[in-house]
Structure formats: C-alpha cells, structure tokens
Design a protein around this ligand. Structure first.
Ligand SMILES: O=C(O)CCC(=O)C(=O)O
Ligand SMILES: [Fe+2]
Length: 322
C-alpha cells in the first residue's frame, strides 16, 4: 500500500497565533461578516498582515504542485466562548464562531479567492461541516454513521475549487478526514490511457440541490504523472454507458484510491487546505452525540485563479499524463 502523505505542516508559535487572532478580531470589528462583499474585496490585502513566517511557508506550499494539503496548526479557538455545535448550519452562531470565519478567510486569501455555489447551503461562502440529526446515513458532509466516501470536491463542475479549506473548531473523537493521491504509473498503460480520455460522467453530489447541471463527459485523470490531477467521486463518477474498457479502468483507479486512502485527524485550531487537484478527500464514520460538543468544521472553497473558474473560462481539463 502506498501511503504517501504530503501534507505541508506549518505550526504557529504562541506569538504568531496571537497576532493572527488579533488581526481577525480587527476584521470582525470593522466588517459586518467574513463573507461580506466589503471584506472579500479587501481580504487578500489584509492577509499580508498575518505573521510573516507562516505566510512565507504557505506561499512556498502554494507553488508545490504535488502537495496533498497545507495545514496551519495552533490557531486559537476559545472553546469557552464558542456556542454549542449548532444542530444545523442555519442556526445562529456566537461571536467566537463569527471570528473563526475571519481567521479561515484570512489564511485562505494566501491561496486564492473564496467561491460558493448557489445550489449549496443557500449560496453561503462560509459553510459549516457538522453532523445533523436525521442525516447520519446520507452521503453528504452532515452525515456521521456512514463514511463520507472520498471525492474531488464538486467533481461534477469544471469550475470546482482548487482547495477545500477546513477550520476545525471541535473534533472530540478525533474523527479523521481522509486523503488519497493517485499513482498513474502503477496502473496498466491501457487503463491510464482510458482514464485521461473524455469517457466519464460525474453527477452533482447530494450536497447540491439536484439537476443543476447535466453531467458532461470528461477525463478523471490529467496532469503530469508525478503530480496527477484527479476529477473523480467514489459515489458519483461512472464510465459512459456501454464503454466497458472505461468502466474497467475506473474500477482500477477506484481500487487504487481505496488502497491509498489515509487518515488525517484535525484538532481544534487546525486550518487545512486540501489540494482539490492532487488528492481526493472524505471522512471516516463516527457517532454524533447531538449534545452541543460534536465535531464542527468551518469550510470555504478557494479558487487559485478566480478568472479561470468563471463560466466561459474553463480550467484546463484536457492536459494529458506525460
Ligand atoms: O468532514 C470532513 O473531514 C471532510 C468533509 C468534506 O468532505 C467537505 O467538507 O468537503
Ligand atoms: Fe468534501
């Protein structure tokens, strides 16, 4: 089994963590909300005021096209000031939770711009990942008892994010997030060839209000062999009906990603940006308590180049393995 973790870990020391929190507090004073248009217009500039050493490290990681994720540890979460983990993402939140939104957006601004979907959590830019009663066995991030299958975030769309940013506020059982990269050179040549061709369909996952788009065919594997780019979802990707070779190739890469999947448990204060090109991600099953202490992540999708992710300006999906 190949377990090739390439998570770039950046640990804030106490002074850096305090500086980052002070900056977020200033922003929270000045702006109405962490996803207000006024803050979004300024955040990339304000983020220059984050402490220089971790900022430099994030920037180096940004240019590493084989990384699996960038992790910034040690952000200050005042659990005593945080409201109970909400029962639903629509529930109102405390000032401490509001502050966490600013912190996440500031780190995210070092990698790009936040994007959102009108079809997901009512178009919110800052979303919440928390267990919702009644969703335990579903295939969305508010599930718990059922494993959240690995996926490229929003694999159905050519406008999907380059990074999925997650800020862990609570994770009492250290329930792992999962990550896996592909290894094209370990696949038979015919399968690799098929996977780079436009012979696959990915439907939107259930986190989106359905029928927003008709799936288009595309490849599931592109980019250079040593930093392969994935566009694949364990539950939502299929070969074009009748294409038996594509189906067999898809089974092989499903098996490889299953075997390569590794656990990465977030702790409170961890901000992770999962590279949505190089790795798929998911989450192990857990038992939600619904006692106000449950696992709670804040989430944002980040586009490295906002202009490229606008409809009409497609990302380069057809680059071949080479
Ligand atoms: O809960 C997690 O660790 C990951 C959830 C997830 O896949 C997502 O928020 O996109
Ligand atoms: Fe996800």
């Amino acid at each position: 089994m190949l377990v090739n973790t390439r998570v770039v870990r950046i640990a804030l020391d106490r002074e850096e963590a305090k500086l980052a929190r002070a900056l977020a507090l200033n922003c929270a004073d000045e702006y109405l909300a962490a996803d207000s248009p006024e803050f979004l217009a300024e955040v990339n500039v304000i983020a220059h005021e984050l402490p220089v050493a971790p900022r430099r490290a994030v920037n180096r990681a940004r240019l590493d096209d084989g990384k699996h994720a960038v992790l910034v540890t040690g952000n200050i979460v005042r659990d005593d000031l945080l409201n109970d983990t909400p029962a639903h993402w629509r529930a109102p939140q405390s000032e401490e939770a509001r502050l966490s939104g600013f912190t996440l957006m500031l780190w995210a601004a070092l990698l790009g711009d936040a994007i959102a979907w009108t079809t997901q959590q009512e178009g919110r830019i800052l979303t919440d990942v928390l267990p919702v009663a009644g969703h335990e066995q579903t295939t969305v991030s508010s599930s718990s008892r059922k494993e959240l299958s690995w996926h490229t975030e929003d694999a159905f769309s050519p406008y999907r994010a380059d990074y999925v940013g997650l800020y862990c506020l609570r994770n009492p059982d250290r329930t792992p997030t999962t990550l896996a990269a592909a290894d094209p050179l370990a696949l038979p040549g015919w399968a690799c060839e098929a996977l780079t061709q436009s012979r696959f369909l990915t439907r939107p996952d259930d986190a989106h209000d359905q029928d927003v788009t008709r799936p288009e065919t595309g490849p599931v594997l592109t980019g250079p062999a040593d930093a392969a780019v994935l566009r694949i979802d364990r539950d939502c990707t299929a070969a074009v009906p009748g294409d038996e070779e594509a189906r067999a190739a898809l089974e092989l890469i499903f098996g490889q990603l299953d075997a390569n999947l590794y656990d990465f448990a977030l702790a409170p204060g961890d901000v992770i940006f999962v590279d949505n090109r190089n790795v798929v991600h998911g989450r192990r099953p857990f038992r939600a308590r619904y006692d106000g202490r449950d696992r709670w992540l804040r989430r944002v999708n980040v586009a490295a180049d906002l202009r490229r992710t606008r409809p009409g300006r497609r990302s380069d999906d057809d680059r071949r393995i080479g």
